[in-house]
Design a protein around this ligand. Structure first.
Ligand code: DGY
Length: 325
């Protein structure tokens, strides 16, 4: 079995994989160029990819013997699931192991934006700190504020639990209308109007692309803070940059972007009161090791023709087998 892994992964999962299949790991620092991916696809039985690889219909068509795709990510918006299903190829992903770690980062970003930590760090380093000032770097209280959680899957619920610990009132909205104890379920517009902080936790799909557009940003309270650790495509970034520049939003904190890495001339880079991170929501040592292990388990199951521990294409997901820990 020939397998191509588009990245080296933390931990020893790839060593395990190399003991089972003929494995080639992309030696470059970044993601393989598309032409390289297509060239290698021609001879592959299995593909182990990440969210940076565009595994679209052309890529799948270029791989006539492909039997399994596994992404070291929970999101699969970079894989054409319909094209994979049409060829009978299961697509593995990694839910269940990264929710708490991603929720930690969402909350860290929320706190950083509320209390202006990035500005404060810069202020001290630049030698601008002369004395204690009553009005210096005033931010927003997190405790006692209202948090709106958009998307009530595992990450959204984990963020809500953290918020409860901070004495926040939590409003929630999800496309499925899911009810969760301790969260007041409201319509999306209501959530946007009533929240001091809004955190996004929905998957990117055609139905959610642009979920937070100019109109939705206009519903936010003056002085609200927006946090996005889900996918950049959920938010109209140009409208967000304008909203920050106009001072309507107090701040935003983004870990994900429509284009990643963020281009050097992106308007967001000039927006004030914006905390930026390079898509590191799940980036703790333990979590990335578990993601790598799970993605290898998914791939090996697919190559053997067995149900995957976690399968993203709906046609195969019903055959998924529970993960043995
Ligand atoms: C994912 O897994 O989809 C996250 O965005 C990165 O961990």
């Amino acid at each position: 079995m020939r397998v191509f892994a588009t990245r080296a992964l933390p931990g020893r999962a790839l060593e395990h994989l190399a003991g089972e299949v003929r494995l080639e790991v992309w030696p470059g620092a970044g993601t393989p160029p598309r032409a390289e991916l297509l060239r290698r696809a021609a001879k592959l039985d299995g593909l182990l990819c990440t969210l940076s690889d565009g595994v679209d219909a052309d890529c799948i068509a270029a791989a006539p013997s492909l039997r399994a795709i596994s992404s070291c990510s929970v999101g699969t918006d970079h894989v054409d699931l319909a094209a994979a299903s049409a060829r009978g190829i299961p697509v593995g992903h990694t839910p269940g192991v990264l929710a708490e770690t991603t929720a930690d980062l969402a909350f860290a970003l929320l706190m950083a934006a509320a209390r202006r930590l990035v500005e404060a760090d810069r202020f001290v380093r630049e030698g601008a700190w002369r004395d204690w000032q009553p009005g210096l770097l005033l931010g927003r209280d997190v405790h006692g504020a209202t948090l709106g959680v958009i998307g009530l899957g595992a990450v959204g619920q984990a963020v809500a639990r953290r918020a409860t610990g901070f004495g926040m009132k939590v409003l929630g909205w999800s496309r499925s209308g899911r009810r969760i104890g301790g969260i007041e379920i409201v319509e999306l517009a209501d959530l946007l109007r009533r929240s001091d902080f809004v955190s996004l936790h929905v998957a990117l799909a055609p139905e959610t692309r642009g979920l937070i557009g100019r109109a939705e940003l206009g519903l936010l309270r003056p002085g609200a803070v927006l946090v996005n650790t889900a996918r950049g495509g959920l938010v109209d970034e140009a409208a967000l940059a304008e909203s920050l520049a106009g001072g309507r939003l107090a701040a935003a904190a983004l870990d994900v972007f429509e284009r990643e890495p963020l281009p050097k001339d992106d308007p967001l880079l000039a927006a004030p009161n914006l905390v930026l991170a390079p898509h590191i929501g799940s980036a703790s040592v333990a979590t990335r090791v578990r993601m790598a292990e799970l993605s290898v388990q998914n791939l090996l199951a697919g190559l053997r023709g067995e149900p995957l521990p976690h399968c993203a294409n709906p046609e195969f997901a019903k055959f998924a087998k529970p993960l043995r820990r």
